[in-house]
Design a protein around this ligand. Sequence first.
Ligand SMILES: Cc1cc2nc3c(=O)[nH]c(=O)nc-3n(C[C@H](O)[C@H](O)[C@H](O)COP(=O)(O)OP(=O)(O)OC[C@H]3O[C@@H](n4cnc5c(N)ncnc54)[C@H](O)[C@@H]3O)c2cc1C
Length: 433
Amino acid sequence: MAFLTQVNGAPYNPAGRIVLMSLPPLLPPPRCDVLVVGAGPAGSACAHWLARHGMDALLVDQHDFPRDKTCGDGLIPDAHAALQRLGVLDEVLAVAQSLTHVRCYAPSGRFVDIPGALAVLPRRQLDHLLVQAAQRAGARLATPWRFDSPLRDDDRRVVGARLRRMGSEPRQVAEIRARHVVLATGAAPQALMVSELCTRQVPSAMGLRGYVRHAGMAERIPHLEVAWHPRLSGGYGWIFPCGQDIYNVGIGITDSHQARSHAMRDLNLREVFAQFVRVHPNARDLMATGQLQGELKGAPLRSSLEGATHAAPGVLVTGEAAGSTYSFTGEGIGKAMETGIMAAEALLAGRAEALDDAGIAAHYTQALAGLKPKFAMYDKGNRVNHLPWLTEILIRRAARSERLRARMGRLLEERATPAQLITLRGLFKLFTE
Ligand SMILES: Cc1cc2nc3c(=O)[nH]c(=O)nc-3n(C[C@H](O)[C@H](O)[C@H](O)COP(=O)(O)OP(=O)(O)OC[C@H]3O[C@@H](n4cnc5c(N)ncnc54)[C@H](O)[C@@H]3O)c2cc1C
């Protein structure tokens, strides 16, 4: 175990020392019940759930952990619920910055506070905690191994994967046989493409963020902050406090029309970020007198449960690879874990009920279909990103109505029916109550 710990990265060595540098890297085991590719929140949750219920899960990732992931790092209530199911909520909250509301700014600078169980934890820490929790549950981990292509039998069923060790010279490859493969590879489409499961290569949205250290903003920004403005090209800006004077500052462009066209790829995210800094006073002051830690980094998002085939013989697709991120807000950590657990549950049902591939696929796609109303609500909400005048009206309205704020809080907590907001009646109530 000490050896595996060292091969997979120093963090797993409790003493923090690399002891066996001279030994050759360990190959991943050649067989497993379920090979989970990608150790983000979706893959770790899936492997965790499988291992906890007695299945032999091998979790692989192209990076050693801890690793960075470009994200806003915000944990909304669905993430709290999934962390609770995994039994790691307390552990996460012990190191996260807990917050009680999100402050939403209209273009005029007016704002409204929406209550909710919220937290911020940089993904470098969160994802590492989740990987370690999966290992504690019994999942095996192999890093830095990249999924190159699926292995298929004569009927073209996926029966494993060909992996390549990152940075190995000479090139080191391994073939892993698995009863089932789960792709939890996030927003990058390559793994989906080589598996013939990608139905849309372009992302649904793009985001860019940086970490800023500032010692004098704690009183001004004791909440998550999101701002809309016509200069933000159909998107929004955010400031999420990570604690210890560090702020995650970023912009998201969620224009689904642009995303589906080539315009999205060429969109200058840095220019939109610069606009955010110009139009939003807290962002301006953070950037003007704080210190940027490292670089601004951009990344794609895949949302609305679109862009991939979710199940095929021998393989399930989960998390952001399956489009599990919300389009309106770009929040996806919670639903990544939730869908990862759903994939695990489908495979566990397959074992318990002796289901064939079609039965497992039906189990999984039915569970995903249950999430559709929530995604539909966020898709409708996404229109607000392109109508800043509407955010102005909504925010002014909500600032005056405690009932409306409470209703928005229930939506954020996923305790209200999404249909309430997207029906004509719901909209009418929004403007009249
Ligand atoms: C700028 C930005 C801001 C965001 N802000 C928020 C936020 O504040 N809150 C929120 O909830 N969500 C946010 N999101 C969305 C969130 O990042 C995703 O929803 C979430 O990371 C999805 O989790 P996942 O496990 O599906 O994928 P990922 O977290 O992307 O994990 C995928 C893993 O797969 C690995 N991988 C990929 N390809 C291979 C391969 N071929 N072989 C081996 N390993 C591979 C990767 O290394 C990675 O570790 C944001 C996204 C962006 C881009």
